[in-house]
Design a protein around this ligand. Structure first.
Ligand SMILES: Nc1ncnc2c1ncn2[C@@H]1O[C@H](COP(=O)(O)OP(=O)(O)OP(=O)(O)O)[C@@H](O)[C@H]1O
Ligand SMILES: [Mg+2]
Length: 532
């Protein structure tokens, strides 16, 4: 159980949440929603006890399992399996068992005897912690989240960002914590895993707070919805499921709109009245008062309007280039003994549109990294054509330098850009004045996505490599990104499991991984997207 009392959240001078109280008990499935940058992640960190509120307090009973939005860097030498088992203290026991097993094969009698006793002790401990059943339960959860045995045997350092996040998710679900705090749990999951996660959460006996833009998940699992309204810095608690929440919220917004219209009317009446009274010396002071009140009314309205803005995204006009700006021949890539893909040939013509499909772990992100030049293929080569200008949008935002400011990131993407122009582009991506000087590390998930897209916009790229460009975005910003993809005239290679993004792209071709088979796009492939 989590209880928040008069909890106030601030970052710097900005108030994200004015004092609020709420409670999340066992069996509550809370969907925490609100637009990008509203403060959902910041609030969740406080609930998880990882940072402190400005005022007020959080009290918790029982354990908490927290999945942060960004994959965490921990000990990279640890095996994925041990990381998951460590949630119930099982990693150590399993390691002792394996070591004892090995020693028991010794030819020396004394060593063997000692090992036998160690084995018995370890087995007793394993039994106490839930035994072999727990170990296989962990493996089952992992498999359902798209982490096969092979991956579980790898050290965390060798896993992709998405895989690391799934390991963390598996660890948290395995931990059987009393309350789960999940920040965008479906971001790196394929359709099968999402369906499984829904069912898991639905029947979870503990409390759950989930931040998600995945409507399917919210519809299926949420029993309550907390809407963090960035305009008013307030949490609106709706003790109903998702569909009912949507209707109630619409009613609320209509009411607020009416109230706003009334306030506007009132303000203009006050101004009229004041202007008439000003003429008379005896009424001048009263007139002044009225004007002040009108100003105050209007100022609060102005604030709300500024917040309701949506990023204006249009991808760059592509720089001129030859007929085929990018070609790849016989690309293969493996990590150790694991072959990710083999013999991929690809020719990207000017303005052509390709969507890359493949199950989790089929190497989509790796292929884009190879095409972008960030990673070298094991065999084959990437051949830049005449005039090629690549723009790469990385799923984990690794093209951003999180130690530098928003503005500095823009300028390293386009060194010729002056401050004024950089700020202008940032403005259309909703980064105003102070925001430009924030270090990129403090940005919210959606803001990082917006910044990464903004750096693409100033690059005049004629081939865009886009890896899950709609993750983390609130519905309004997502629509903007889709429109930008739709109207861009350069070439695009897109990796996504968002079928809206594929629709916007209107692909001509599809590349299927891991086999590297290329085909003309047809509606039959549409069914594959959400599986990919
Ligand atoms: N240390 C900081 N200094 C200044 N601003 C900060 C700091 N930390 C967070 N912010 C700002 O606070 C706001 C809330 O961020 P938060 O990550 O909580 O948003 P969010 O609701 O999770 O958004 P998203 O849906 O994009 O993930 C953002 O505008 C972010 O830039
Ligand atoms: Mg967030």
């Amino acid at each position: 159980m989590i209880t928040a009392s008069n909890l106030e959240v601030r970052v710097g001078a900005r108030q994200l949440l004015s004092p609020a109280s709420f409670r999340v008990g066992p069996g509550d499935k809370v969907g925490l929603v609100g637009r990008n940058g509203a403060g959902k992640t910041t609030l969740t960190k406080i609930l998880a006890g990882e940072s402190l509120p400005a005022t007020g307090s959080v009290s918790t009973s029982g354990s908490i399992g927290y999945l942060p939005q960004d994959p965490r860097t921990g000990d990279l030498e640890v095996l994925a399996r041990d990381r998951i088992l460590s949630a119930r203290g099982l990693d150590d026991v399993v390691r002792r068992l394996r070591a004892a097993e090995k020693a028991m094969a010794s030819a020396d009698d004394e060593t063997r005897d000692k090992a036998m006793r160690r084995y018995e002790r370890a087995e007793a401990d394993l039994h106490a912690a839930g035994g072999y059943a727990a170990e296989s339960e962990a493996a089952r959860i992992a498999a359902n989240l798209g982490l096969p045995d092979r991956v579980l045997g790898q050290p965390l350092g060798t896993l992709s960002g998405g895989q690391r996040r799934r390991v963390e998710l598996a660890r948290i679900l395995f931990a059987q914590a009393e309350t789960l705090l999940l920040d965008e749990p479906t971001n790196h999951l394929d359709a099968d895993s999402i369906v499984w996660l829904r069912d898991f959460l639905k029947s979870y006996p503990g409390g759950v707070i989930m931040i998600s833009h995945d409507v399917g998940l919210l519809e299926e699992t949420a029993t309550r919805v907390f809407h963090l309204d960035a305009n008013r810095a307030e949490i609106d608690v709706y003790n109903v499921g998702w569909k009912a929440y949507l209707t109630q919220r619409e009613t609320d917004e209509r009411r607020r709109k009416r109230e706003r219209a009334n306030a506007e009317k009132k303000a203009s009446q006050l101004v009229d009245q004041a202007n008439r009274m000003r003429a008379k010396a005896t009424k001048a002071a009263a007139a002044q008062q009225m004007l002040k009140r009108a100003e105050k009314l209007l100022a609060s309205l102005e604030d709300e309007r500024a917040h309701d803005k949506v990023a204006r995204i249009a991808f760059p006009k592509p720089a001129p280039c030859g007929k085929t700006p990018l070609t790849a021949e016989e690309l293969s890539k493996s990590y150790g003994s694991l072959e990710v893909f083999t013999d991929v040939d690809l020719a990207i013509d000017r303005g052509s549109r390709v969507v890359v499909l493949g199950l989790n772990g089929a190497g989509k992100t790796t292929l884009l990294r190879v095409l972008s030049g960030l990673e070298r293929p094991d065999t084959g080569s990437v051949l830049p054509g005449h005039g090629l200008k690549l723009g790469y949008y990385a799923q984990e935002h690794e093209t951003l330098d999180i130690d530098r400011t928003v503005l500095e990131n823009m300028k390293s993407a386009a060194p010729d850009l002056n401050d004024t122009d950089a700020r202008k582009v940032l403005g259309s991506f909703l980064f105003t004045g102070d925001d430009a000087d924030k270090p990129a590390r403090v940005l919210s998930g959606g803001e990082k996505t917006r910044l990464a897209l903004a750096t693409l916009v100033v690059s005049a790229a004629n081939v865009l490599l886009l890896d899950e460009p709609t993750n983390n975005l609130d519905p309004a910003s997502r629509t903007e990104v889709l429109n930008a993809i739709r109207s861009y005239t350069g070439a695009v290679v897109l990796v996504t499991h968002d079928d809206g993004a594929v629709e916007a792209l209107e692909p001509e071709r599809v590349l299927l991984l891991p086999d590297g088979v290329e085909d003309l796009w047809s509606a039959d492939y549409a069914d594959l997207i959400s599986l990919a």
